[in-house]
Design a protein around this ligand. Structure first.
Ligand code: PEP
Ligand code: MG
Length: 330
């Protein structure tokens, strides 16, 4: 079993009909990049940078501290892409004893709909510039991609682009090296999925955060036990949004990946391949199981089953029937 897993690690993720698939890793700390490489990841699809900001007893990481962390992850990946997401704090990921604007985070009725992620970054411009400078500086050491969480408005994208221009100028003035960094936004809010063609004009890639996309599409708090039975990745509305986002990004020639839990769950590998997904990002421990699914899949046959699945009132049952027929040995 050990030897088989080791062999699997070096086997490229290619479907039976020759479609190449990227299996990237989600990481929380720079040291996790080592497990990513060990698991056979071909890149980091999601570096949740907020973990550098949490459990710190009050002070936030400086630009220098962040730069060192991002550089470490980038160097561990040896030229493979590292997608760094700007801080996604708030809601289920609170900053304990926040030093900045503490009051804004107290007594909020709906934190998941409040000042979190990019909203928080744009409300703290100097903190945001600091993080962007650290990320851009790390780009001198490998292939860095920048990912923005929880985008819902074009005005946010414009502010991000404006801030990036400012930061690049600051780095040039200070004599810091950096290279081109691709910009991506996360599709986590239904509004972003619905207006994807407009967003795609301004970004290089998108990454679908299914954990939040499901939460906001179905209005189900992802951390609330009382409604956990209604948190359903197979819900037809969820599948429509994911499928349509992948198709639109592919049609626009822009990169698209899924970095929510669905990407690391082998029960969804065939479904996502059927939708045209070619880039998955997951916890490193899930890579072997997902890779095995990819190796046994026929992407063309899967794609032809997709319309029936999207029209079905019970997509899970339909997938069970239709997608397994496209599996080798079936
Ligand atoms: C997601 O929402 O699917 C996602 C990947 O982001 P997080 O789980 O960190 O909110
Ligand atoms: Mg999210």
């Amino acid at each position: 079993e050990r030897a088989r897993l080791a062999r699997l690690r070096h086997t490229p993720a290619v479907t039976l009909d020759g479609v190449q698939v990227d299996l990237h890793a989600n990481i929380e700390m720079p040291v996790d990049a080592e497990s990513a490489v060990a698991a056979g990841a071909t890149g980091v699809g999601l570096f949740r940078s907020e973990f550098l900001f949490m459990n710190r007893d009050g002070e936030l990481p400086s630009e220098e501290e962040q730069f060192i962390a991002y550089k470490a992850a980038v160097e561990s990946m040896k030229g493979m892409p590292v997608t760094i997401r700007t801080v996604d704090v708030g809601a289920d990921k609170p900053l304990d004893r926040l030093t900045v604007n503490e009051l804004r985070h107290e007594h909020v009725l709906n934190p998941a709909m409040g000042l979190r992620a990019i909203r928080w970054s744009l409300a703290e411009p100097s903190m945001f510039r600091q993080q962007l400078r650290a990320i851009y500086r790390a780009s001198a050491y490998g292939k860095v991609r920048l990912l923005i969480p929880m985008v819902a408005h074009l005005s946010e994208v414009r502010q991000i682009l404006e801030t990036i221009r400012k930061v690049q100028q600051q780095l040039t003035d200070a004599g810091h090296a950096f290279t081109r960094v691709e910009l991506g936004v996360m599709i986590e809010i239904p509004a972003a999925a619905v207006m994807l063609p407009l967003l795609l004009r301004h970004v290089d890639f998108v990454s679908i955060g299914t954990n939040d996309l499901i939460q906001y599409t179905l209005a189900i708090d992802r951390a609330d036990e009382a409604v956990a039975h209604l948190y359903d990745p197979w819900h037809p509305a969820v599948l429509q949004l994911i499928s349509q986002s992948i198709a639109q990004a592919n049609a626009a020639g822009k990169g698209v990946s899924v970095c929510g839990e669905m990407a690391g769950d082998p029960d969804f590998t065939e479904l996502l391949l059927a939708m045209g997904l070619r880039s998955f990002s997951m916890h490193p421990s899930q890579i072997p199981a997902v890779k095995q699914r990819v190796l046994r899949a026929d992407a063309q046959r899967l794609a032809s089953a997709l319309p029936r699945l999207l029209e079905s009132e019970d997509p899970r049952a339909t997938a069970e029937k239709e997608l397994s027929a496209a599996r080798s040995g079936a």
